[in-house]
Design a protein around this ligand. Structure first.
Ligand code: SF4
Length: 309
């Protein structure tokens, strides 16, 4: 009977001050990473194997692979196993051929959409274009693309485009995990900088990256705080955090639930949750569980002081 006597407005005040959690419509592992991890796990069941580079940029996944006996080496000179895996980020034909010439058994776990980027760049070069890659010059995917095209240019800023030598025909592709809006800005800058040149562009930003970027924008535009889950070395996770930062002033990039502080939130917050393409489901779920705990603590704290209590 007491509840019936509680004024309705008290419930509205209570509901308005409840921290709420919102998941992005696209988040977490893409098919390319999932398949690469599955291939590596399978390879480990038939003997010693080494991954050349980080299979995915996520410490928890890498630790799981290590526990399965899979070695990780960054330099071919350090290889001690006959079998070698190329990561989802791919490698140049030059590199793969030189590993095979050493007598190694090479398995590619390269994402098909990275292969597509290689094919796009090859095709542009065959058509007589000077190759340009929009991406991070030290990223393994970009190095793999560039190694087969000596003299190719790699850019990520307007200043780097300004410094390019003039060419009659540019052929441009992008690292698969760059935000497409930024790629288009740089493409526009290239055309403006070299108005007399032909510029051919192949959009090689992968669909999972586009989906996650768009979903992150939508989420950040409607939330008061956003938590982005993923490895600190993961380019696409960092890009997601940067995108969210354009729409929301409070963005936290975490690798695991243990990094989350309750002090980041208040009872009125609309909390967005997103994750990069290399972030496994269990990491997302544990972060979500932690956020729900914090939300519940806020709700209980508010309830203790609510007019209806
Ligand atoms: S981020 Fe895109 S290109 Fe990279 S592995 Fe995933 S689907 Fe493939």
């Amino acid at each position: 009977m007491n509840n019936l006597a509680t004024p309705l407005s008290a419930y509205f005040v209570y509901a308005k001050h409840t921290m709420k959690l919102h998941r992005a419509s696209h988040l977490g592992w893409c098919f390319g990473v999932r398949d690469a991890v599955r291939d590596a796990q399978l390879a480990a069941t038939s003997g010693p194997v080494t991954i050349l580079g980080e299979l995915v940029h996520n410490p928890a996944v890498l630790e799981d692979l290590r526990q399965r006996g899979i070695l990780t080496r960054h330099d071919p000179a350090d290889l001690t196993t006959q079998r070698v895996l190329i990561t989802a980020h791919g490698a140049s034909r030059h590199r793969i051929n030189s590993l095979r010439e050493l007598g190694l058994e090479v398995t590619e776990t390269t994402c098909p959409l990275v292969h597509k980027a290689h094919a796009a760049l090859d095709s542009l070069v065959r058509r007589g274009c000077h190759p340009v890659i929009i991406g991070q010059r030290h990223h393994v995917e970009v190095r793999g693309l560039a190694e087969d095209h000596p003299g190719c240019d790699i850019v990520l800023t307007e200043a780097e485009i300004d410094a390019l030598p003039s060419q009659p025909i540019f052929g441009v592709v992008s690292q698969t995990t760059q935000p497409i809006a930024r790629v288009r800005e740089l493409l526009h800058h290239l055309k403006t900088r070299f108005p007399e040149a032909e510029v051919h562009f192949r959009d090689t930003v992968c669909q999972p990256t586009k989906d996650r970027q768009q979903a992150a924008e939508d989420l950040a535009a409607t939330c008061t705080v956003v938590v982005v889950v993923g490895g600190r070395h993961s380019n696409n996770t960092r890009q997601l955090a940067a995108t969210c930062g354009k729409f929301c002033a409070r963005v936290h990039h975490v690798e695991s639930a243990g990094e989350i502080s309750p002090d980041w939130f208040n009872a009125e917050d609309q909390v967005g949750l997103t994750a990069g393409t290399s972030t496994p489901d269990d990491a997302i779920e544990s972060v979500e569980a932690r956020l729900r705990e914090i939300a519940a603590a806020h709700t209980n704290g508010r309830a203790a002081h609510s007019p209806a209590a």
